[in-house]
Design a protein around this ligand. Structure first.
Ligand code: AOF
Ligand code: ZN
Length: 338
């Protein structure tokens, strides 16, 4: 026989209140999460403006929010100059300064805790008296690496971490690879025919079109160094500079037998080079792949059948397709190491 527990009117009211209260809490939490992501997206948008000029520093964006209004925003514009947080605070109007005590600062990278070219941003945030800080990702730089977040918490600021973490790390993939793997971010890049040859009868042939050439030159302007094997160098004497885009030329490197790959990569690390494009040929690509020294593959495929020549390397089994784009008949496929 089933027993029923008698529920008094008071108890019923209590249960209803509890359920309502829990629902409101869930709703508020979901709303906060959505809001945090929205403002972190704005940080990422701002940060990306630092491409080219911020390096070797990371690209960082910061947004200061009071209620539902952005009262300040900024990004790290140029190496050696103010960090994102400094620029965001500087943009707050005098009339809005009193709102800082009730505000949240969003930053795509952990605020720094060290004296570099500029004083610690964590101290600035504490001095400005904001009550909450939302961080995209932890700074991998050994001098910071969690200390900025700790300093904010010790000062009684509520710190939320890991909002859009993957996107924040992806934006600074060169900086992250450099500081955590102690080597540059490596992009292997080549152009091939539809039947997988990188030249025609072992002689160089133009496979890119004018649109993909522009993209290649933008890539050169965005990365620190570019490398070719000695065979390609002797055969083609490539210029490897930026001509169809604007920006700095990458440092040019030729891979020779007298410098084994691990030594060369160590050397680039010591020189502070955070990213490297490897343009080939196939033997050079093969040695990078065999050593597991790559992060990204960029393959351009032209709609041509060549039949004979040097074969492009095969896409390794651990490559994950990221995207495919077509420019005037040529396909650009990007893969990531996984
Ligand atoms: C931040 N906000 O906007 C950036 C940070 O030599 P400095 O003073 O410019 O410091 C460079 C280091 O500061 C850099 O390696 C990285 O760890 C951090 N970058 N930190 O709080 C920023 N760009
Ligand atoms: Zn800083």
């Amino acid at each position: 026989m089933r027993k029923t527990i008698p529920t008094s009117g008071k108890n019923k009211n209590f249960v209803i209140c509890f359920v309502l209260f829990s629902l409101i809490r869930i709703f508020v939490a979901m709303n906060n999460e959505e809001k945090d992501e929205r403002y972190m997206r704005r940080c990422l948008q701002l940060a990306a403006n630092g491409m080219q000029n911020a390096r070797p520093n990371p690209m960082v964006g910061a947004v200061i929010v009071s209620g539902d209004r952005i009262i300040g925003e900024g990004y790290h514009q140029r190496y050696g100059e103010g960090h994102a947080e400094v620029n965001a605070f500087a943009s707050v109007r005098a009339a809005d300064e009193p709102l800082l005590a009730e505000s949240t600062i969003y930053v795509s990278l952990e605020p720094c805790s060290h004296y570099g070219k500029t004083p610690p941003c964590a101290d600035l945030i504490i001095r400005k008296g904001v009550k909450r800080c939302v961080v995209g990702c932890v700074d991998p730089f050994a001098e910071v690496s969690g200390r900025g977040i700790q300093r904010l918490r010790d000062a009684g600021i509520t710190v939320i971490t890991g909002v859009l973490e993957q996107e924040c790390r992806w934006l600074n993939r060169r900086f992250f690879t450099y500081h955590s793997k102690h080597r540059p971010y490596i992009i292997l890049k080549w152009a091939q025919s539809a039947d997988g040859f990188i030249d025609k009868d072992y002689k160089a042939i133009q496979l890119s079109n004018s649109q993909t050439q522009i993209r290649s030159h933008k890539l050169r302007a965005d990365e620190d160094a570019i490398l070719v094997g000695h065979t390609t160098y002797d055969r083609e004497h490539p210029l490897l500079n930026v001509r169809y885009w604007s920006g700095p030329d990458p440092k040019r490197i030729v891979l020779t037998h007298d410098r084994p790959l691990p030594l060369l990569i160590d050397d680039l690390y010591m020189q502070g080079i955070q990213s490297l494009i490897v343009e080939g040929g196939s033997q050079t690509h093969q040695s990078f792949i065999e050593s597991g020294l790559w992060d990204e593959l960029r393959v351009e495929t032209a709609p041509l059948v060549l039949g004979r020549g040097t074969k492009a390397v095969s896409i390794p089994a651990n490559a994950r397709l990221l995207r495919q784009e077509t420019y005037d008949g040529n396909t650009l496929t990007t893969y990531l190491y996984q």
